[in-house]
Ligand binder design. Sequence first.
Ligand code: FRU
Length: 469
Amino acid sequence: MDALSLMKHTALALMQGQTRAAADPHRPLWHLAPSVGLLNDPNGFIQHNGVYHLFYQWNPLACDHGRKCWGHWQSRDLLHWQHQPVALLPDACYDSHGCYSGSAVATDGKIMLVYTGNVKFPDGSRTAYQCLAQEDERGEYRKLGPVLPLPDGYSGHVRDPKVWRHEQSWYMVLGARDLQDRGKVLLLRSADLRQWTLLGEIAGAHLNGLGDFGYMWECPDLFRLAGCEVLICCPQGLAAQPERYLNVYQAGYFVGELDYPAARFSHGDFHELDAGFEFYAPQTTLAEDGRRLLVGWMGVPEQDEQLQPTTRYGWLHTMTCLRELTLRDGRLYQQPVAELQQLRGDLTRWQGAADDAPPLALGSAELWLTPHGPFRAGFGDAMQLTWDGERLTLTRTNLRSGAAEHRYWRGDLRELQLLFDRSSVEIFINRGAAVMSSRYFPAAPPDLRLHGAAPLALQYWPLRPCMLE
Ligand code: FRU
């Protein structure tokens, strides 16, 4: 489909679909979601001249992974977002099967997008090009074409460039699958964003002391925080363990030290970024005030996506809330950005035995819980959180089988912060030491029901909607 037909059909999809999508009772009130169609990875997250830009993988035509464009929103405050012209359409020979994920940098006063052009062949094989597109005066993006074909020694799965500036050079990490089906992260360097030199593999399966560790690593992100380098990546092909790696694909990080001249990254263990049901392909940026911000996709590829009931309303998936990252004792902490506190309505405080807690409306709300013993919390009919003194268990009904499914966290539970937005809950454990992000689909706007004899303290705010215009 050429660009003009794709735009005509996108206009049609919006004309036919937007009212229906907006009427979905599961539609978020303050999370970013696609107007119609499917959203997946956050892309090109950057703050430039005071304005945040967030691009996203978007198929406007259907709730499937068919035709990946880059949608574009911008915001001055991380709360109110405005739609911008669609940034990238898959209309060139080098990106015909998708303008896949990538990042943004500012150069010469303008935003430059670095993304993967995905090309599939009739025999089922594929190739990938890393490509540039530059912002023009009208806030549109002009493609500058490929700057890097597939490097030797890798399959057609090389993608998701994340680019940053270090000293006098540009650096890029790329996710890759090598010819032995081992997932890798490649490091490249450039003086001008156009000519790239492959410096080597900095992490991956069978590297740096890791054994088998997946066949493909997607969406790498590398940044400096508190004197260390953090590498975020999304390995595919990790075997599930009893209490971790339970999603179809994982998103996690390594903390270490990057020796740029030697292109060596010495790192510690892999930690999952999220212990919930839906979290993938996060991307970070450095805000102008020095905060390292993260946003993720509240979805996982091939994890019963089509069964989510929002597809009946013609839209699928949301972003996570915006989060601030900090590093303490070698571990990443994620907390909702402070800006979100502006959505809070009137505060309710309560304490006593969980069994006596008042029901509280969870459609769009923030809840802090300080438990002093085991408890169980029901979020309407659709989700439950249980603390038994050692393990926190999040439970919902599997959309395919109808059976209960669980996600876990173990530790010393002191405090929970929960953010609810109609069909999502994000649970921040011990001030962001761990997070559980999940979608859920209550049949009616849910109330909180607490059970247990032990005392707990709670704080509760309804959250105001925040418009996407
Ligand atoms: C991750 C991912 C990326 C790819 C994009 C395509 O969800 O598979 O690796 O660039 O989605 O939409």
